[in-house]
Design a protein around this ligand. Structure first.
Ligand SMILES: Cc1cc2nc3c(=O)[nH]c(=O)nc-3n(C[C@H](O)[C@H](O)[C@H](O)COP(=O)(O)O)c2cc1C
Length: 366
């Protein structure tokens, strides 16, 4: 593996759905409204965060009773900031690639190219049923997502774009204006075989659920080997729920309280839904195949990454992720505004210092 000398990037989950990032009745000083989120975005860019990731949800599933639409919401966050890149979630099925390509091109034009997209493939059958969208099999969802991504890229880069897929067709289509260069980055979320193979072919970024360094390494090695064979390069983002406190005991006790106050009905309903979605994949797995009840309390397995402890411990664990090839850490918090600020003040500088040390060692050895 070649060493990565770029600084690791930081993203946070935009709380554009209610209920925070854990399915727990613990107090969460996190709002889902636009005023809270505008202020949060400003704190985050000041704190050294590179990206904000919005979520797409059509109906409640695990709480999350209220859900703002992510493209409109992302645009509002861009208007409130100057440096932050905002990643708008898009769900093929409800979204059509011609509309999405045009909408994102305009947002990119209006906001110095700071918009990116996250193509998600869906795990929530009930949501599709509720809005009258056909529910495809697992790998069909990914075939559609891949056509969606190829369509976006084609529309953004070519004049007279033509495409004949099973899900989307374009004939001699020219979008004007196209988004400014560099093009909006294309992220994707999901960890199954189909997700990894899609990343190795078409995505700029692969987002995966939280996991241990060893498990993340397996995914990175697998995807990068396949991407190399396809002459494609893909960067890797990993989810984590951060609990940074001045002592490790304090951070662990917050985790214990989150789990003790979990809403069992909502966690089990969510677990059933996501495990069913993954079981429909040919390998019978998916993002949440190994997730326990405790893991599911953070709905993208964010506790597993173990960014729970003191600032020093967390900085070291981030460097360990970087050492196995991770390019970005995506973070959720209990009290977003306060903790994003704390993370920027206490942890990012430690990570930057460790990165500078590592670079010096490499240069000394050369
Ligand atoms: C970082 C990340 C963000 C995601 N965001 C959303 C989202 O906003 N809405 C959604 O329906 N699914 C979202 N997903 C779910 C994935 O698109 C996918 O449906 C799920 O991970 C199951 O895929 P798999 O079977 O390939 O693991 C996200 C996944 C990840 C890892």
């Amino acid at each position: 593996m070649t060493a990565n000398h770029d600084q690791i990037k930081f993203a946070y989950w935009v709380p554009n759905v209610s209920g925070g990032l854990v399915i727990s009745k613990i107090e969460q000083r996190t709002g889902w409204d636009i005023d809270y989120n505008r202020r949060l975005a400003q704190i985050a860019e000041q704190a050294g965060f590179d990206y904000a990731l919005s979520q797409i949800r059509f109906t409640a599933g695990y709480g999350a009773e209220f859900q703002h639409e992510p493209v409109a919401f992302s645009h509002a966050l861009l208007a409130a900031t100057t440096k932050l890149k905002v990643i708008a979630a898009l769900l093929p099925g409800p979204w059509n690639p011609a509309v999405a390509a045009k909408q994102i091109a305009t947002i990119s034009q209006l906001n110095e190219g700071r918009v990116a997209v996250n193509i998600v493939s869906g795990w929530f059958r009930g949501e599709f049923t509720a809005i009258g969208e056909p529910w495809l099999d697992h790998d069909e969802r990914y075939r559609r997502s891949e056509e969606f991504i190829r369509s976006l890229r084609g529309i953004w880069t070519q004049d007279n774009f033509s495409f004949r897929g099973d899900f989307y067709r374009f004939s001699d289509y020219t979008l004007k204006p196209k988004p400014p260069q560099p093009l909006p980055e294309i992220f994707q979320g999901g960890s199954s075989r189909a997700a990894r193979d899609m990343a190795a072919r078409v995505s700029d970024w692969y987002f995966t659920n939280g996991n241990s360094v060893d498990e993340i390494k397996k995914q990175v090695d697998d995807i990068r080997a396949k991407a190399r064979a396809n002459n494609h390069s893909v960067r890797i983002g990993v989810n984590a729920f951060a609990i940074a406190r001045d002592s490790e005991a304090e951070a662990r006790s917050v985790l214990n309280e989150i789990i003790a106050k979990a809403d069992p009905e909502a966690v089990n309903a969510f677990g059933l839904e996501v495990k069913n979605a993954g079981k429909a994949s040919p390998e019978g797995q998916g993002n949440w195949a190994e997730s326990s009840f405790e893991d599911l309390v953070q709905y993208n397995d964010g506790f597993k990454t173990n960014l729970i402890g003191t600032p020093d411990q967390i900085a070291e664990r981030i460097i360990a992720l970087k050492a196995v090839g991770v390019d970005l850490v995506l973070l959720g918090f209990l009290h977003f505004q306060e903790e994003v600020e704390y993370f920027g003040r206490r942890i990012i500088p430690l990570v930057r210092a460790l990165e500078a040390d590592a670079l010096q060692h490499v240069q000394a050895a050369e």
